[in-house]
Design a protein. Structure first.
Length: 294
């Protein structure tokens, strides 16, 4: 009998010190403590409900629970720091005390510092340090893992910046520049994950093109996080060009497919709303690329 080998996994990038290591792509569960999230419309804006949701994500198998208090959907406006802090801090603290691995989704060093003090163990910054010049010093000093996302402009105006000569080459080059800045600021190589920023100053064709060329991101030598969950480029595909035809929650099956494909292509982490389905997907991807011994 001839056995056809499974697709080989891409070369493994350096590990990130302090992250869980289950031997497969990590699954980060999204917890939006906002009244205007594109995906859930503020369903977890109440602190008690947010805590319950975070505990449920952890119970579903999330390796990381990512708590955010400021919407970054297209067109969103900034939130005062005091308000963002009031939204996330009680949730971060309670989830950390429960034993969950908590990350803080923020562009602001003040919020990141308070969240880390309350038990957050990772900073997920969608601006890659561009929104707040104090963020790099904070991350370097705290020594926590850091997600640096490709970002060009604030949410309220980012659609005007979705212009590329070659989206893959441009995103890789701009991330390379950010990595140089982060390392020069004292952030360790073993602290950094990179994120291509799907949906951030990107049109649907840009997002799909980036997903099809994850090897170019891997070539930067850092673990890659993919945040595709429920985003409008999925809705545009399923809705024949009109994302409004497919509401966010109806995009979960397609999100799960992306999780499987991204993990098979070597993604280190996927950030999702529906943890259970993506956890199954990344387990399948791990078995696909490194089959269990008979």
């Amino acid at each position: 009998m001839v056995v056809t080998p499974a697709p080989s996994a891409p070369p493994a990038p350096r590990r990130v010190t302090g992250l869980p290591d289950p031997g497969r792509c990590l699954v980060m569960g999204i917890l939006n403590v906002t009244p205007d999230s594109f995906s859930d419309g503020g369903a977890f804006f109440d602190t008690a409900r947010a805590i319950d949701r975070g505990l449920a994500l952890a119970a579903d198998g999330a390796d990381i629970v990512d708590v955010g208090g400021e919407s970054t959907r297209p067109g969103a406006h900034p939130v005062p720091l005091e308000e963002e802090l009031a939204r996330v801090l009680p949730v971060v603290g309670e989830l950390a005390r429960s034993g969950a691995f908590v990350s803080i989704d923020t562009m602001h060093a003040t919020i990141a510092r308070a969240a880390v003090d309350a038990g957050a163990r990772l900073v997920n910054d969608v601006s890659g340090g561009l929104a707040d010049p104090l963020m790099t010093d904070l991350v370097a000093t705290a020594g926590v893992p850091y997600v640096a996302t490709h970002w060009r402009a604030p949410s309220r105006v980012m659609k005007h910046h979705a212009v590329y000569t070659d989206v893959v080459a441009d995103v890789v080059d701009e991330l390379r520049q950010r990595l140089g800045h982060l390392l020069a600021a004292g952030i360790g190589e073993d602290q950094i994950l990179i994120d291509p920023g799907l949906g951030f100053a990107k049109r649907p064709a840009h997002d799909w093109t980036l997903l099809a060329h994850l090897d170019r991101l891997h070539a930067l030598g850092f673990p890659v996080l993919i945040g595709a969950s429920r985003k409008s480029f999925i809705g545009a595909l399923l809705g024949a060009g009109d994302p409004a035809c497919v509401p966010p929650a109806a995009r979960d099956t397609a999100t799960t497919a992306i999780s499987a494909l991204a993990a098979t292509a070597g993604a280190h982490c996927v950030r999702v709303h529906d943890v259970r389905s993506s956890l199954d997907a990344v387990r399948v991807a791990a078995a696909w690329t490194t089959p269990p011994r008979p």
